[in-house]
Design a protein around this ligand. Structure first.
Ligand code: CA
Length: 374
């Protein structure tokens, strides 16, 4: 008999249950034992887990922070309380950009962020969020779930003691807020723009300068002319930042973030030590988070884009094909530089790029002609 499984009579069961409720010990599964005349109950005692989830998002940040709160709730419900998770916004327990390290070391069990935040540790992490002119949300999901992407992600993160899962997508972002028109690639020359990551490197090749600003400083920097332009996310978050009050033009599309995948990641030894049922529940909750996040972004972005255009009279502009083609050329140069220097990036980008090239053929015959009709 399993040492965790005991058969006791009903009187003892009630006594044990009361005791476990008092002591916080666990008691989650019981069933009548049919082959006994005396009514008895088998109890499987289960270990309870009280975990912390650190996130790169401000506390309760719309969509992204909310998704983490949902994740914790879903896991608690699905495990019937066996796993409970306290969610911490960036800075509440540790600084936002220390999540990777904290979970890697096992100081904290779960983290949430976007893998391109960790490009300083490995440039290859970026391919699991987005790269300029990269795949859209559904193509990213296809690559990650069905095209070998997630295996590569797990392999890369295993080197950091982490197990990652896709857990959300912003959809195509907006190109950002500008106080001057961008009609040709020359208009980027001398432009100071808050645009992180590879998008920033592309801007610099176009003659602009990429300025790093924390989320809380962007509005003031744009208002005071420290920066001339900024990208952020999409209409919902941008509206709440108030950029429409201080910038004239709102440009589309977000060529630099075409479907940014978010992540949850677990400390690997902790995740690996769990029974398969709990691992499946955690993975399933990540799937749900992935779906919910994109759905919420899409719904809210449309609602707030209409507010920006119809109530705030924002001028919506679109980059010309010439501008986008040039930005894409610069992107290809930068991606070549990265993959030449870093073997992990070369391996992952090979898979990413092959999948993108293939799926583009399907998209060009399905989504593209359909959208052209809308
Ligand atoms: Ca962004």
């Amino acid at each position: 008999m399993n040492k965790n499984k005991k058969t006791i009579n009903r009187k003892n069961f009630i006594k044990k249950a009361a005791l476990s409720a008092l002591t916080g010990a666990s008691l989650l599964s019981c069933k009548p034992k049919s082959d006994s005349k005396e009514r008895s109950i088998a109890i499987i005692s289960q270990k309870k887990y009280k975990w912390k989830m650190v996130t790169t998002w401000p506390p309760n940040f719309p969509v992204l922070g909310e998704a983490c709160n949902h994740f914790a709730q879903w896991v608690e419900e699905m495990t019937d309380g066996q796993i409970s998770i306290n969610v911490y916004g960036g800075g509440e327990l540790i600084p936002a950009l220390e999540c990777f390290e904290a979970v890697s070391s096992g100081a904290v069990e779960i983290g949430s962020g976007a893998s391109y935040y960790w490009a300083g540790r490995s440039p290859a992490t970026q391919f699991f969020t987005t790269v300029p002119f990269g795949m859209n949300a559904q193509q990213m999901n296809s690559w990650l779930y069905c095209g070998g992407g997630q295996e590569l992600w797990k392999e890369l993160y295993a080197g950091y003691n982490l197990v990652p899962f896709p857990a959300g997508n912003t959809g195509v972002q907006m190109a950002g807020w500008f106080n001057k028109e961008i009609n040709t690639i020359e208009d980027f020359k001398g432009l100071k723009m808050r645009i992180p990551g590879l998008g920033g490197k592309v801007l610099e090749r176009a003659g602009g300068s990429a300025v790093l600003s924390a989320g809380s400083e962007i509005y003031t920097n744009l208002e005071r002319g420290v920066i001339d332009a900024t990208e952020w996310i999409g209409p919902y978050h941008d509206y709440n930042m108030g950029f429409h009050k201080i910038a004239k033009y709102y440009y589309t599309p977000g060529w630099h973030e075409t479907g940014s995948t978010l992540e949850v990641f677990f400390n690997k030894p902790i995740f690996d030590s769990l029974e398969p049922r709990l691992q499946t529940i955690l993975e399933t909750a990540a799937y749900r988070m992935n779906t919910w996040t994109l759905a919420e972004f899409e719904a809210k972005n449309n609602e707030y884009l209409q507010k920006l255009i119809q109530i705030e009279n924002v001028e919506l502009r679109q980059f010309s094909s010439d501008v986008l083609i040039k930005l894409k050329d610069y992107t290809n140069e930068i991606l070549t530089d990265i993959t030449v220097k870093d073997a992990a990036s070369a391996k992952i980008y090979k898979s990413y790029d092959a999948f993108r090239k293939n799926i583009k053929q399907w998209s060009s015959h399905s989504e593209k002609p359909y959208h052209n009709l809308l």
